[in-house]
Design a protein around this ligand. Structure first.
Ligand SMILES: O=c1ccn([C@H]2C[C@H](O)[C@@H](COP(=O)(O)O)O2)c(=O)[nH]1
Ligand SMILES: [Zn+2]
Length: 161
């Protein structure tokens, strides 16, 4: 009989937990998104969250959702998935798995496909009815990228920092 500890978190809880934690770094007041890229043998390769590119100050660029395109956030934010892909310095992401707290948009889908990521585990899908997410699913389906919704376990994790 093994003395192995029980109650440890699963791989999916671990990687989605890292994605959630990563999203907590986002300065976006409306939607924080976190991503975690994992190898086929469960090694964390990269992480990302949505934010402005290097050199574009979080205090100077706009976080508004409305107004002229020049004056709202959408022209300026780098999405969490793209940041996670670009943050990877190790070479190829071929065959990797992406954990992300929000279903990827069409632009992220292109980057995911071209990077060779084969599986997406997502949590929220609040923009599922938008053309962007519908186009994203269309491309992911055509490219054979598998995606499935993370099954929440209800486990609460408390971390004291
Ligand atoms: O694939 C995606 C889609 C969106 N994001 C980021 C981009 C923005 O910072 C927010 C969305 O803002 P809303 O106010 O909810 O429109 O999410 C992302 O990282 N990845
Ligand atoms: Zn995106």
């Amino acid at each position: 009989m093994s003395d192995k500890r029980s109650g440890y978190i699963s791989w999916d809880e671990y990687f989605m937990g890292v994605a959630v934690l990563s999203g907590m770094r986002s300065k976006d007041p409306h939607t924080q998104v976190g991503a975690c890229i994992v190898s086929e043998d469960n090694k964390i390769l990269s992480m990302g969250y949505n934010g402005f590119p290097k050199g574009c100050s979080d205090d100077e660029f706009p976080w508004a959702r409305e107004g002229e395109p020049y004056d709202n956030k959408y022209f300026y934010t780098t999405h969490s998935e793209l940041n996670a892909i670009l943050n990877y310095r190790g070479g190829s992401l071929e065959g990797a798995k992406l954990y992300v707290t929000l279903f990827p948009c069409n632009e992220c889908a292109k980057a995911i496909i071209q990077a060779g990521i084969r599986t997406i585990v997502y949590d929220d899908d609040k923009y599922e009815m938008t053309p962007s997410v519908m186009a994203s699913k269309r491309m992911l389906d055509a490219a054979g990228v598998r995606y499935y919704r993370y099954k929440r376990t209800g486990r609460e994790i408390q971390i004291t920092l």
